[in-house]
Design a protein around this ligand. Structure first.
Ligand code: AMP
Length: 249
């Protein structure tokens, strides 16, 4: 069984994003970029399934600019077998990404597609769900445990206040949550080995998919600054302050 893992190049999670002066988006000039953290978890899970003998091949795929090659090489250095880059120098929205992934799925016929639950740049949390809908396949989102048994996959899902376990008939779509696993670091020999692993290059046109934008960003603003705290002498003063702020009546 093949496992397909879509990985996105995003602003590194340690970087504090700066909004462009004109409010049109986040300034990415000279900013460190990395693989989306939820996608690292997805690659790790796919590799563990291959190591258990459940999967035979792990393919990483990315849609984005040429620089996304670095993200795919990271996936290959972690242990994926081969990579596919679908080049688009302009941003592709989740629906466009899902349509392209659906084409790759038709071509590769993976038993599982494991995506991140969300990309930390757009926070859309849409691609996996849209892909499952386009393909008419079952989906297990926000996975904190994945167990394959024959042609079914049991997915434990993180839900409000607890967990839910569902059984899906494969081929299926899974999206990862933070607690699923702790991704491995790529060792130096594996980073070297990754350089010679196959990476195919495609374009959206090769798949006949229209990736024209359907959304217009009106504005992006930074979070409101927190107002400084004050020390109060006693409970009466605290209650009085909360009343003036309108926090309590
Ligand atoms: P989103 O719906 O944008 O929050 O993304 C959810 C997941 O879809 C990500 O964690 C990735 O696994 C996948 N994904 C989204 N955009 C891309 C992309 N451009 N290339 C590859 N995978 C993507």
């Amino acid at each position: 069984m093949k496992i397909l893992v879509p990985v996105k190049r995003v602003i590194d999670y340690n970087v504090k994003p700066r909004v462009k002066a004109d409010g049109s988006g986040v300034d990415l000039a000279n900013v460190k970029m990395s693989m989306n953290p939820f996608d690292e978890i997805a690659v790790e899970e796919a590799l563990r399934l291959r190591e258990k003998g459940v999967a035979t091949e792990v393919i990483v795929v990315s849609i984005g600019e040429q620089k996304s090659q670095e993200t795919l090489r990271t996936g290959l250095a972690m242990g994926a077998d081969r990579a596919i880059l679908i080049v688009s120098e302009t941003e592709v929205e989740p629906l466009g990404v899902a349509k392209l992934l659906a084409k790759v799925v038709e071509e590769e016929q993976p038993g599982l597609v494991i995506l991140g639950k969300q990309a930390i740049d757009d926070d859309s949390n849409q691609t996996g769900q849209m892909l499952a809908a386009l393909l008419g396949r079952p989906q297990g989102t926000f996975a904190s445990a994945v167990e394959v048994n024959g042609d079914t996959v049991k997915v434990t899902r993180e839900v409000d206040g607890g967990s839910e376990t569902v059984s899906l008939k494969m081929p299926a779509i899974v999206t990862t949550d933070l607690r699923l696993n702790e991704p491995r670091y790529a060792s130096l020999p594996n980073i070297m080995k990754a350089k010679s692993k196959p990476m195919a290059q495609k374009t959206p046109a090769d798949y006949g998919v229209d990736v024209a934008k359907r959304l217009t960003t009106l504005k992006v603003v930074e979070p409101a600054k927190r107002i400084a705290g004050v020390k109060v002498a006693d409970v009466d003063e605290l209650v009085a302050k909360l009343k003036t702020l309108g926090v309590v009546a």
